[in-house]
Ligand binder design. Sequence first.
Ligand code: 2E4
Ligand code: SF4
Length: 319
Amino acid sequence: MTKPNLKILLCAPRGFCAGVDRAIQIVDLALERFGAPVYVRHEIVHNKYVVEELRRKGAVFVEELDEIPDTRQPVIFSAHGVAKAVPAAATARNFFQLDATCPLVTKVHREAEVHHRKGRHVILIGHAGHPEVIGTMGQLPEGAVTLIETIDDVARLDFAPGTPLAYTTQTTLSVDDTRAIVEALSQRFPDVAPPHKEDICYATTNRQAAVREVAPKVDAMLVVGAPNSSNSQRLREVAAREGCARAVLIQRASDIDWSELQGLSTLGITAGASAPEVLVEEVIDAFAERYTVTVESVRTADETVAFNLPRELRDDPAA
Ligand code: 2E4
Ligand code: SF4
């Protein structure tokens, strides 16, 4: 029996960003230099495959520092960043700390601090309960940050007239939703201080743009990524909003619901910033078993961003 044809449009850029690459490298190098175990607070990035690979090599994942025994082995903070109380508690226990927080998240942390120092109340646009939001809110004292998630939340803000305000955002939000929230915010509070440079990061922006380009051209869009991955969830939303009726988030090939994906002639594939390319390849291979596939890359941006490793892990610490 001949297989039906399927044209796959592969979004580019997709998958690992510079912050994820750096975070995983930090765990790998720590294992190499200091041996197992190394402790990692929270999933280093939101991907089970990545976490399992590192666990296999000797990483021990915990949610909180009190799960870690007294040790001189490295304790690594995940790419999403941590509240100030976390390194403080680690220092109190004499832990050897390695910070895998993405430098673009750290940038938001420092920005929030500057606003606070200048007497501004900080409005954070983000998703409640997400570790990055917990980390950013935890840069400032209790009550100094107000979290908003939607345009409706803007209407509910009740600052006294004349309160100096600033806003910052989570790095992985929907570019379109955030624009609308910021517009509403600036309308209600014309003097609200914006970020120096956009807080939604380059990788989030570029991955969403590629999906926006591909989604209208395909019968279905698969986003390789985890349910707890904010940036991956946003990619699925963008595809659905661009009119792609079947926009689905899958962790890997075994998640594909073949009954839901019948009658395809074109398929878009992308991957969240925390999803390794090997899982994209696995998905393409699964389709190649059922279809005669042609794969075309649709590139909407080139990425050259790379971040330095923490000093403790550089070959030449003076460099
Ligand atoms: C830190 C900041 O934040 P999200 O849930 O998208 O994290 P994930 O681990 O999926 O992606 C990496 C990352 C880490 C993104 N922004
Ligand atoms: Fe950093 Fe952006 Fe990647 Fe998040 S998605 S780790 S902020 S580069």
